[in-house]
Design a protein around this ligand. Structure first.
Ligand code: TGC
Ligand code: FAD
Length: 392
């Protein structure tokens, strides 16, 4: 069964809070997901193949850079619109939302915020249209939760920078045309370079064997004496604040995205519970099944309210990093719980690729780890509450 008959839960009438433009954007991405992602995604996940043709289609649909100014090819939209796009995409598949998160929040956002006019004009329109695909290199083999200790470094060689090091677990890496790479200079200060495919000494081997995000392409970035032109350094940022600002935007999108995965699992479970007969009755008539569904709807509704309020704070430029951590952490855990309960409601069928639930569940195991693990977000909140640092 595919989810073209998807009915989004809206128990607290959040639609009353969205503008007509928000609802139109959501409807157009929902229709796109129904037509172009849902019919192929189980097959892609099974074969561990990234549907590369969708990159251009995402560009056509305005999925890349919704909040980037229109003069650079972006959508010029607000953060509620961005969130709704992420929700709809992840209703299709977390890996498809990942592609959009990386391109919009982790590649276009830093170029727009930290780049000069020439860099913005050169890269943003092609990223927005899907003619270029980007990736974001922060994590290293030995530095995941603690990126401040990264060892990838570059030296100033007069007319160019010489880059050495490696990045690990990088979404889109094997296919990306450009990589946003965080690296230290000779003084140990973090800066960001745009590394382009084809530069000598730059390779992007794929990571195989993932049981999660199988339709998304993940790889390494290897820099072996790569000569990076000086004009590829984004001039207007230095320090760990750079990547963390990008992550604020991407983590916000994940809070909405997880909601989409949860809604899809819930909708599938409601539908199944009315159709599946056991003991001569639909299983939806049993109190234990109703309890599961009621708790799923309650959790989704609370997460929807969180997203909406956080989106309004983002629009006003007031959303803080701990507020974003709370939403990412809550909503991804909520989605995993909803997916587990939905899978149980489907019994044996729940483990098959006839339904999207097991794929969502496996995907969410990555989502709860990337962009800051569940426990790192808890520690960000702990630091906010107590004023005391628990990382070291
Ligand atoms: P900390 O002391 O907290 O901060 C270092 C400096 O950064 C400043 N800062 C911020 N600035 C702007 N915006 C923010 N949100 C900021 N947060 C912090 C801070 O003021 C400080 O500045 P300064 O001038 O005093 O130096 O740094 P820390 O080393 O204690 O680390 C904190 C910690 C652990 C929370 C941070 O390192 C962290 O978030 N770790 C998790 C790493 C992570 O999230 N990695 C994600 C990699 S990308 C990814 O997963 C993409 S998946 C994409 C997909 O496929 O969808
Ligand atoms: P570690 O940092 O080694 O953590 C292992 C465990 O230790 C976790 O449970 C963690 O919570 C815990 N831990 C660590 N420190 C503490 C502490 N101080 N207190 C308590 N517990 C602690 N990165 C990118 O830069 N770009 C990408 O595009 C990207 N895409 C990804 C795609 C996928 C599919 C995956 C799985 C990861 C991706 N990542 C990416 C990397 C991701 O951000 C990291 O995996 C994540 O930040 C955690 O780092 P780690 O895997 O090294 O785990």
């Amino acid at each position: 069964m595919k989810t073209s008959s998807f009915q989004a839960p809206d128990f607290y009438q959040l639609d009353d809070l969205f503008t007509d433009e928000h609802k139109l954007i959501r409807q157009s991405i929902r229709a796109f997901v129904n037509a172009e992602i849902s019919p192929i995604i189980e097959n892609c996940a099974e074969k561990a193949e990234f549907p590369v043709h969708l990159v251009k289609r995402f560009g056509d649909m305005g999925i890349f850079g919704p909040t980037i100014p229109a003069e650079y090819g972006g959508g010029g939209l607000d953060y509620i619109a961005y969130g709704l796009i992420m929700q709809e995409l992840e209703r299709g598949d977390s890996g498809m939302r990942s592609v959009a998160s990386v391109q919009s929040s982790l590649v276009m956002y830093p170029i727009n915020e930290f780049g000069d006019e020439a860099q913005k004009a050169r890269f943003l329109p092609k990223l927005a249209s899907g003619h270029l695909l980007g990736c974001f290199g922060l994590t290293e083999p030995d530095y995941g939760s603690d990126p401040g200790r990264m060892i990838t470094k570059y030296e100033d060689k007069g007319d160019h920078f010489l880059l050495n090091g490696a990045k690990m677990w990088i979404s889109n890496a094997p296919l990306a045309d450009i990589a946003v790479v965080w690296a230290k200079n000779e003084a140990g200060r973090i800066h960001v370079l745009l590394v382009e495919r084809g530069m000598e000494g730059f390779t992007t081997p794929e990571i195989h064997g993932k049981w999660s995000l199988r339709a998304s392409c993940t790889g390494e970035l290897i820099f072996d004496n790569v000569k990076v032109p000086k004009e590829n350094l984004l001039p207007n940022i230095s320090g760990l604040a750079g990547p963390l600002k990008c992550l604020d935007s991407a983590r916000y999108g994940i809070a909405w995205g997880a909601l989409g995965a949860a809604m899809d699992c819930y909708d599938t479970a409601v539908r199944y519970s009315k159709e599946r007969i056991q003991f001569g009755r639909p299983i939806g008539s049993f109190q234990l099944i109703q309890k599961k569904l009621a708790e799923m709807l309650t959790a989704i509704t609370k997460a929807q309210l969180l997203c909406w309020r956080l989106g309004m704070l983002k629009n006003e430029g007031k959303a803080t990093t701990p507020q974003i951590s709370l939403a990412k952490r809550n909503n991804v855990e909520m989605a995993i719980e909803v997916a587990r309960e939905a899978r149980q409601i489907l019994g044996g069928m729940g483990i098959t690729n006839q339904y999207p639930i097991m794929r969502h569940l496996m995907n969410l195991e990555s989502v709860i780890t990337y962009e800051g693990t569940h426990d790192i977000h808890l520690l960000i909140l702990g630091r906010e509450i107590t004023g005391l640092q628990a990382f070291e």
